[in-house]
Design a protein around this ligand. Sequence first.
Ligand code: HEC
Length: 166
Amino acid sequence: MSGYSGCDPSEYKSRGADFVILSHNMQLIRSHSPAMHYAMMKSLHPASLLLLAAFTLPASAALPAGDAKAGKASFRICVSCHQTGPAARAGFGPPLYQVVGRKAGSVPDFAYSSAMKNAGFVWTDEKLLAFMRAPGEVVPGNKMRFYGISNEQQLANILAYLRQQD
Ligand code: HEC
């Protein structure tokens, strides 16, 4: 894969597992499949499992570097409802120009759900990523009908694109 940034979550995961297994059994076992992971985890001491969890956690926090240009292309999954850029107007969804740092549900001429209007937070990178992953978990009862994005690279790209519009 070109453009490898060293932040691939799966790489972190296997590195973490290798480290734990190495320190516990004093031998290097490379983990290749979820089934092997499971088999190895079963043979590990509970304390190692905690360690394994600790090493696995950063994987979800680590995000690949975002590419705004690719993000612009990916933003096409949002454009049926959202506009961005300085001339953005409300459509089916609120305009997303300068959304980072903006209070959720605060564009004056958009009829938000009360859930969004009363969300009570400011859009940060983290909030936006979480919302794009699972809108209903971040603002329960909101009216954005969107299934969510699970591809971390795509998420990072869209965020970079939205930030570029600041
Ligand atoms: C099917 C239409 C639709 C799609 C597709 C969609 N949205 Fe939305 N979005 C909405 C609606 C409607 C709201 C207002 C929700 C409410 O008021 O509860 C919203 C709200 C938002 C908000 C809150 C904005 C604010 O002013 O507080 C953000 C951020 C957002 N969407 C981002 C996105 C992104 C990024 C995508 C693409 C990955 C996307 N949305 C895709 C309809 C959509």
